[in-house]
Design a protein around this ligand. Structure first.
Ligand code: AMP
Length: 303
């Protein structure tokens, strides 16, 4: 079992779905990824929050095997805030407000435990900030990053530099298209690999996920067939966190490990979307995840 560092945003989200509005709930790419990973391996969270941060959220993380000693609490600052509205079918969302707040001038200073983590997941965040994390880590074996439209549109040069430093990139289908200009996802995957990462995982929402690796390796999985989609925020981050958490727990990343990690990622993400914020995940245990994992394994077995 190895430790996983998860750096990302720790935020408050206000979310509007066609039926429910929820204000200032716990969100952030780092929060969702760290929580998703912590079912599998010990997690060291790296990020920054403001004076308005709720200590109960840090306590929830700590109770879930997440070390928060690298989560800087900035006196006088405000936690990142994001507000979004989902479309009627919940497949599209629009960002209404994004306030980076304390993240604007954040420069992480890692403690020894964080520096020595062999597995690194860099959840959605400014690419320059991800580089600052990578530069401090001394024992990294596997570095994987996520990115999103905001950084592709506003920080492309930094993102391209980052891509030369990571082993893997995880992103949405629309982001892969935007980053590469390729409409075909296989072409987009090739183009991303040509930018640096050895492998790429393209998340396709309710259509599952696609892995493309070295030597033409391709793995595809459908999404877990949940019929209860209440609120999808954080599913992508939870997917990536669980993927990396499982690899850290095995301390290995062969193609077989990657396939199992993708299946664990798929079922963990399915739990996130069944309620708001962390409500469904915090009710879940590793047994809940394992039960869905077995169910999917059986579903996919062709005899
Ligand atoms: P996902 O639904 O997996 O794409 O992740 C949504 C989470 O990302 C929300 O909880 C937001 O707080 C967070 N988020 C939204 N925009 C950004 C951004 N520009 N940088 C970092 N995190 C963000």
């Amino acid at each position: 079992m190895a430790e996983l560092l998860v750096a990302g945003s720790f935020a408050f989200d206000t979310i509007h779905t066609p039926t429910v509005n929820r204000e200032l709930i716990l969100g952030g790419s780092g929060s969702h990824a760290a929580f998703g990973a912590s079912f599998f391996a010990p997690v060291v969270a790296v990020g920054v929050v403001g004076e308005d941060w709720r200590m109960a959220d840090s306590e929830m993380f700590q109770a879930h095997n997440i070390d928060v000693s690298n989560l800087e609490l900035r006196k006088g600052g405000k936690t990142m805030f994001w507000e979004a509205v989902y479309s009627e079918d919940m497949n599209q969302r629009e960002t209404l407000v994004f306030e980076a707040n304390v993240m604007i001038d954040f420069h992480p200073v890692l403690n020894d435990r964080a520096k020595r983590c062999p597995y690194l997941f860099l959840a959605n965040n400014a690419p320059s900030l991800m580089m600052e994390v990578i530069d401090q880590c001394t024992d990294a074996k596997l570095i994987v990053a996520d990115t999103m439209n905001f950084y592709i549109e506003n920080m492309l040069d930094d993102l391209k530099k980052l891509l030369t430093k990571v082993d893997g990139l995880i992103l949405n289908d629309s982001e892969a298209v935007e980053l590469t200009g390729c409409d075909d996802l296989f072409d987009a995957g090739d183009a991303i690999r040509a930018m640096g990462p050895r492998f790429v995982i393209i998340k396709k929402g309710s259509h599952g996920s696609l892995f493309m690796g070295e030597d033409g390796e391709i793995v595809v999985f459908p999404a877990y067939p949940t019929r209860k989609v209440l609120e999808p925020t954080g599913a992508g981050d939870c997917f990536a966190g669980a993927f990396m958490g499982y690899l850290a727990s095995q301390d290995a990343a062969t193609l077989d490990d990657i396939k199992r990690a993708m299946l664990y990622a798929t079922v963990s993400a399915s739990l996130t979307i069944e309620d708001f914020s962390f409500d469904a995940l915090r009710r879940s245990t590793r047994d809940t995840i394992d039960a869905r994992y077995q169910q999917m394994k059986e579903m996919l077995a062709v005899k």
